[in-house]
Design a protein around this ligand. Structure first.
Ligand SMILES: NC(=O)c1ccc[n+]([C@@H]2O[C@H](COP(=O)([O-])OP(=O)(O)OC[C@H]3O[C@@H](n4cnc5c(N)ncnc54)[C@H](OP(=O)(O)O)[C@@H]3O)[C@@H](O)[C@H]2O)c1
Length: 338
């Protein structure tokens, strides 16, 4: 079952009464900064809904590279352990702001930077949107951070046009495989870096030229491209300037982008980092694309919350195809699920 937030042209109200909210909830906690082994599933008092928030029963979350960095202590300004990790969610509203955007029973997805590996979470209404109706909760949970980043890069920052050429590094990963689809929709010519084992996947997504970065210097294949979306960082940032046409645009997403705006400017290229953009406005667009069959997220594997450390260990390999999902409860695919 999927419903729209109140205030929209809603279909008939078929919401069922959600089960009672427990006093103790299960949550995936970072006990200290470190490897996947620092993650523990514990029981915590259920959170109280904050003003302007909706209390959401989380059915599924996903693993983003950002969370592996927070877990390792690379973003210490977000707080000291112990804390609940997790940024994406797909779930059901169990307590709503009076006269707010959502009602109890609404099915939502969204981004809440710390705390979605939990059965219940209090989330600002502005960080939530109605979830796509055509996919199940685990699939919806794989979308928010990765698809938002891909959309902002390809559509908002690059404003990619038909006939332009884009090079996407880590094209088989969470952000990359969604960016490929968005770039193709805009009529661009797409080059993407990945190991040979991923080239079939890339071609199926629509990549015109997969580049095996383990055998080929991508700069020997990608020349005079209009845009590079660098999802690897480090040396790739500086080297990617060589692949751009004069005044071409490099978009960096990694914590260590390996290049600065003045450096790009000196080389006659433009550079932008993808952080700090509007929080959730793209969630409505992403839902529309998914429900129209124009954007599809690939889930490599789904892990139960009790295997959160295994999910993070897999993410740490840097070899994931698409996304990893963590299911928080036993709620199966919702009505209308693909
Ligand atoms: N700033 C933001 O708002 C924001 C938001 C989301 C993500 N990010 C950042 O964007 C980056 C990508 O995130 P993600 O979630 O898409 O990562 P991911 O899913 O973990 O990426 C995995 C992919 O990376 C590929 N890969 C690994 N090393 C590579 C290399 N040297 N060259 C080309 N491909 C390589 C792998 O393909 P092969 O196995 O074929 O090598 C694999 O498919 C991370 O640094 C993340 O922190 C930033």
């Amino acid at each position: 079952m999927t419903t729209q937030p109140s205030g929209s042209t809603a279909p008939p109200d078929t919401r069922s009464t959600p089960p009672p909210v427990p006093d103790l909830i299960r949550a995936g906690v970072v006990t200290r900064f470190g490897g996947p082994e620092v993650l523990r599933t514990v029981r915590l008092p259920r959170p109280v809904r904050a003003p302007g928030h909706a209390l959401v029963r989380v059915h599924a979350a996903s693993v983003n590279q950002g969370e592996t960095k927070i877990r390792r202590g690379l973003v210490p300004e977000l707080g000291s352990p112990p804390f609940v990790l997790g940024s994406d969610l797909s779930g059901t509203v169990v307590e709503a702001e009076p006269n707010g955007r959502f009602r109890v029973g609404d099915e939502v997805y969204g981004i809440h930077f710390i705390g979605t590996y939990a059965e219940i979470v209090s989330v600002p209404e502005a960080s939530l949107a109605a979830r796509p109706a055509t996919v199940d909760h685990p699939t919806a949970a794989a979308l928010p951070v990765a698809a938002r980043t891909a959309l902002i890069a390809v559509v908002e920052y690059a404003d990619l046009r038909a006939g332009q050429r884009i090079l996407i590094h880590a094209a088989a990963g969470g952000v990359g495989h969604l960016a490929v689809q968005l770039a193709r929709q805009r009529g661009a010519y797409v080059l993407g870096t990945a190991r040979a084992a991923h080239h079939r996947f890339l071609r199926d997504l629509g990549v015109h030229e997969p580049v095996d970065y383990t055998r080929t210097d991508f700069r020997s294949v990608a020349r005079d491209v209009d845009v590079v979306l660098d999802l690897v960082g480090g040396d790739y940032g500086r080297l990617s300037l060589d692949a751009l046409r004069p005044d071409g645009l490099l978009l960096g997403a990694a914590l260590d982008p390996g290049v600065t705006e003045p450096e790009a400017h000196r080389r006659g290229r433009r550079y932008r980092w993808l952080g700090g953009t509007r929080l959730t406005a793209p969630l409505d667009t992403i839902r529309e694309l998914v429900d129209a069959g124009q954007l599809s997220v690939h889930v490599e594997r789904t892990y139960p919350l009790s295997e959160l450390a295994a999910a993070h260990a897999r993410a740490d390999t840097g070899r994931v195809t698409g996304k990893l999902v963590v299911t928080i409860d036993d709620v199966p695919a919702a009505g209308g699920a693909a």
